[in-house]
Design a protein around this ligand. Sequence first.
Ligand code: GLN
Length: 480
Amino acid sequence: MSLAFATIRQLKEKLKNKEISPKELLDYFIKRFEKYDPKIGSALEVFNTDSILEKSNKNGSLYAIPGLIKDNICQKDRITSCGSKILENFRATYDATVIETLKAEGAFLVGRANMDEFAMGTSNEYVAFKKVVNPWDNSRVPGGSSGGSAAAVAAGLVPWALGSETGGSVRLPSAFCNLVGLKPTYGRVSRYGLIAYCSSFDQIGVFARNVYDNALIFSLISGQDRRDSTSLNVPKKDYTQNLDGELKPGLTIGIIEDALDAKGMDSEVKELVNNAIKEYEKMGVKIKRVKFPTLDYSLSVYAILTRAEAASNLARFDGVRYGFRDKGAKTLAQMYSKTRQNGFGAEVRLRIMVGNYVLSTGHAEDFYVNAHKVRQLMVKQAKELFSDVDLLLLPTQVMSAFKFGTFTDPLHMDLQDYCTAFVNIIGVPAISIPCGFTKNNLPVGLQLVGPHLSEDLIFQTAYAYEQNMPWHTMHPKELD
Ligand code: GLN
């Protein structure tokens, strides 16, 4: 077995049996970064080994297990750039709650993952520093916005990584890279120390190569945090306990027909997801075809609300408080505008402008207020669906990983979020798991979506399928 693609459980076993020391394990993975990452581009920075060893607790349950952190999650005294020039040299003054927890659990946090600037993107092409390629095919995108986190796990540079989700940024790259990606219930994981994009949608999510590892990391980082006022008062839980390959008796899964038959849905993706549905049926799951009538509005609602919240969240980057300041300006107003003009990339500026427009006097009623109303309608429809079925199943993506430069128009790029964004709008949990490969050997993912706080059921249902399938054992050949 190659260490590179070992599971967290296997690595823990090796450490326990002293087949390998924590330092050797770390050196092994750092060497893989040195060897493969110049081409893949998953990390904006890999930390020096001594500083990694120093910061993790030897008695933690995750001691010596390396992971990569998306660069919008604050790691104390490290740069946290959010993938943006405006924060290129910004050092975090505190640890995000998830980082505090992971250090206490002993994890080796090896670096900062590359990402679309301010987590705005679907392909990882809206990057300020360098591109990330898909380890399955270097001419294709890894998916975004947490593309660095995904590429690193898929390439066997780390066994797990953290990303963030606003509209699919963990699930979509997971599907593009053959990974298991979880978007938790809104409020289940603390957002304290996660640089905000759209606060009413944002959640930190987990990447791993199998369901068990994902559940393991999620069990550690979930739970209430007084420093995040939206954090739910729900006790911590061990999500690996239910993973025995059994399904919930009488499990009913709803298939969202609107998604499978969506305009632009790739026929190979559809076929692979249909195969998975048949597999679940064979396993005894009751399948029900359902409709989610407001699904078609989700991208408009998403576009309006995320731009609006982003415009106000990003107002704080003004050259005074954080990061980059343009020194060429003569007046204060000029300093603000030059700093933002030169510090933010084009996509971020576009979203801020659209956000200010939809919030402006005379337009807010049409856009912002109406989008909220549709959001409420979607929440209501989802509740009705979940009174009828336990989980929903649909593809994660409308097509497999595409080539760089495929979408030059941001509006077309946004259509890639069709299967994922509604989940963030309604605030429920969802997982993407591998469900096969296209003829071009590109991974495809399916999604299981559940009601609030149903992560347990989601993991259990995903695990049972995974155990019957070979997909999660497959890795990009030349990296093995
Ligand atoms: N593609 C979506 C966007 O660009 C999702 C981003 C995310 O989940 N952070 O907004």
